[in-house]
Design a protein around this ligand. Structure first.
Ligand SMILES: Nc1ncnc2c1ncn2[C@@H]1O[C@H](COP(=O)(O)OP(=O)(O)OP(=O)(O)O)[C@@H](O)[C@H]1O
Length: 237
């Protein structure tokens, strides 16, 4: 795990796919939610964003996705962004799996053969190759999240932003999804930033950021951050 560590010539060793500097956001003039946040995720790595309820995780992710405009700071992202919401029912719009993945591609005006090929390829990347004709309503929560991810892969989004994608899943599906995203990141060179407050998910990522009251207060080794959070929880108990 190297995060833009400077080498002796002053160049960076690994390019950041997601970089935000001095990022600020306020819903109203007297209510700043994010204060000078800096976030850098190296290309091809899987990072997580941790923090208590209300610390600003979703807001930060939405800023990175361009769904909200920052009140200050800069964002640089190296590729089109795929966003996965906490509740897949807020994201999947078509009646069947194949039609949903194809939806964004049709909007881009791609040729039908290209659409077919991308739908097939992206669904098999998330192990749903046999599910093209399956109605969305017949899927489990984890399968729906994988359809949302396939939609992003089909649109050639090499950056994935996932906002608590396991929040509505049972523990088995939760770990299955996080393992699958880890495998996708490693196999396809995708870069992912995943919001969670579930510490057991941390072992799948390359690094993590800790957000407290709108500030990034720590970053780096997930195991160290996990220990820090577990100690905080013990003190609070
Ligand atoms: N649309 C909105 N209008 C005004 N304030 C908002 C809005 N959405 C969120 N907030 C406030 O912004 C702050 C950060 O919220 P955010 O949802 O980013 O936190 P979070 O860390 O993702 O929390 P959680 O883990 O509960 O989802 C909170 O104080 C929240 O009440």
């Amino acid at each position: 795990m190297t995060l833009d560590a400077p080498n002796p010539t002053g160049e960076t060793l690994q390019k950041a796919a997601i970089r935000a500097t001095d990022l600020c956001f306020a819903w109203s003039e007297d209510k700043e939610i994010l204060h000078s946040c800096a976030v850098e995720v190296p290309e091809g790595e899987f990072w997580m964003l941790l923090g208590a309820n209300g610390s600003g995780k979703s807001t930060l992710l939405r800023l990175l996705a361009g769904l909200l405009q920052p009140t200050g700071g800069e964002i640089q992202i190296s590729s089109p962004v795929g966003f996965v919401f906490q509740n897949p029912d807020h994201q999947l719009v078509m009646p069947t799996v194949g039609a949903d993945v194809a939806f964004g591609l049709v909007n881009e005006g791609l040729e039908i053969d290209e659409i077919r090929q991308r739908v097939e390829e992206s669904l098999s990347a998330v192990s749903l190759g046999a599910f093209q004709r399956r109605p969305i309503y017949a899927l489990s929560g984890g399968q729906k999240q994988r359809v949302a991810i396939a939609g992003a892969i089909a649109r050639h989004c090499d950056v994935l932003l996932l906002d608590e994608p396991t929040a509505l899943l049972d523990p088995d599906s939760q770990l299955e999804l996080v393992a699958q995203v880890q495998a996708l990141v490693k196999k396809r060179g995708i870069t992912a930033l995943w919001v969670t407050h579930r510490l057991e998910e941390l072992e799948y990522c390359d690094g993590a950021f800790l957000l407290e009251a709108g500030k990034v207060v720590d970053r780096g080794d997930p195991e160290r951050l996990k220990q820090r959070l577990m100690q905080t929880e013990e003190v609070e108990d």
